[in-house]
Design a protein around this ligand. Structure first.
Ligand SMILES: Cc1cc2nc3c(=O)[nH]c(=O)nc-3n(C[C@H](O)[C@H](O)[C@H](O)COP(=O)(O)O)c2cc1C
Length: 180
């Protein structure tokens, strides 16, 4: 898939067919996403694939802060990826001191870059996905064991698309770019 076309035509997908997402396909997607840039190449993002319906449904019911919109998306997806990040890597020196005055900021920054790389890789492989930010991290951790020292930085339901949404309106370049 051509890069610019891929960036422009990827959409958040919130309705999926029942077709399962295999571990092998997820390995192919992560094999692409792992080339995303990261703070000093620390590569602190991890992907946890959940296909167990009971676990997925519990997250949908108990860990989205009552936001039923997200409950429905997760329940309707054959797979849910938890995008995890290892603490104190992005933005930190080897001795644990902060590299900048922005502290933990870079952890989420790397998670965001990885999320886009993952979403584009999934899209190129025929899958749809949507990045979810409305969830309760502690509630997720109460349902799935999150490795110590890692955070849940996004939930990403994944599956074969059962919709073809229009692109939500984008701001014009003139509204986004200033030249000094
Ligand atoms: C950090 C982040 C959090 C998001 N959280 C949610 C969410 O909780 N629920 C949802 O339906 N979409 C969520 N989205 C998807 C956005 O609504 C979507 O990307 C935006 O409307 C643009 O649409 P597009 O991805 O199809 O271009 C989130 C996206 C990002 C980047």
């Amino acid at each position: 898939m051509e890069l610019i076309e891929g960036i422009k035509s990827r959409r958040s997908i919130r309705k999926f067919t029942d077709q399962p997402v295999t571990k092998e396909l997820m390995e192919e997607i992560v094999d692409i996403a792992r080339f995303a840039p990261s703070w000093k190449n620390t590569q602190s993002v991890r992907y946890m694939l959940i296909t167990d319906k009971a676990v997925k449904d519990r997250i949908a019911d108990e860990a989205v802060m009552g936001f039923e919109w997200n409950t429905k998306i997760i329940k309707g997806a054959p797979a849910l990826v938890l995008l995890l990040t290892v603490d104190k890597r992005a933005g930190y020196e080897r001795d644990g001191s902060e590299s900048t005055s922005k502290g933990e900021h870079w952890q989420s920054f790397d998670a965001g870059i990885a999320s886009e790389a993952f979403s584009l890789a999934a899209f190129a492989k025929g899958l749809g996905s949507v990045i979810l930010g409305v969830y309760d991290e502690a509630a997720v951790a109460g349902i799935v064991e999150i490795p110590e020292g890692q955070k849940v930085s996004a939930l990403i339901p994944v599956g074969y698309p059962d919709e073809d949404p229009e692109a939500p309106k984008r701001k014009e370049v003139a509204d986004l770019l200033t030249v000094k």
